[in-house]
Design a protein around this ligand. Structure first.
Ligand code: ZN
Length: 197
């Protein structure tokens, strides 16, 4: 069993930016680390709603553009990418629920401090993450290592799929496993796939 509450302690930051600057940044209490975010991939890419994953040293970073806003989250490598995606998906929903973002950004005298109180929503989200039922843990076998790994899958990814089973790729210690998950979150097949690029 994965202890999601403990895993969430690996979160290092959540960042909300537009093209020019950071609108809001969250760091867990007691974290003094600062991260210089390289959002160039998202900034250069006008495609909305595509998740980008990066490994940077001991950090895992996920970012997504939604219109003019780029949402990012980073953690140490203990966290799984689908959990980071679930976090920023929910962060974007809450941020837009709380603020009329486009309207606020159109003010001439706009200052990012206006979003500081969003920290309350972030803490509430992280404290009650499991109750929101955003993820599901699926046990996926790796035939190379002969182990079964508990992997986090976003519910939205399965529930919003256009057809089933849904393919998802799992990068495991230098090899890659392709799994097919049906709409009941059951594993329907597992294949070892080759990597290039
Ligand atoms: Zn393996």
């Amino acid at each position: 069993m994965l202890n999601i509450k403990n895993i969430l302690n690996n979160l290092e930051f959540i960042n909300i930016s537009n093209e020019e600057f950071t609108l809001f940044e969250y760091k867990p209490k007691g974290s003094y680390k600062s991260f210089i975010l390289d959002l160039n991939v998202s900034k250069q890419n006008p495609m909305s709603d595509i998740f980008f994953h990066m490994n940077k040293g001991n950090l895992k970073i996920v970012h997504i553009r939604k219109g003019n806003i780029i949402y990012s989250a980073g953690s140490n490598i203990e966290m799984q990418f689908q959990l980071l995606e679930a976090i920023i998906e929910e962060v974007s929903v809450e941020f837009n629920k709380k603020y009329a973002v486009d309207y606020i950004l159109s003010y001439d005298n706009f200052s990012p401090g206006i979003f500081n109180k969003f920290e309350i929503e972030i803490e509430e989200l992280l404290d009650n993450f499991e109750e929101r039922d955003l993820i599901k843990v699926v046990n996926i076998p790796c035939m190379v290592c002969n182990v079964t790994k508990p992997l986090i899958v976003k519910r939205s990814f399965i529930n919003n799929a256009e057809s089933y089973p849904v393919p998802i790729v799992y990068v495991h210690e230098g090899h890659v496993v392709l799994c097919f998950i049906d709409k009941n979150f059951d594993v329907r097949g597992v294949e070892l796939v080759h990597i290039t690029g």
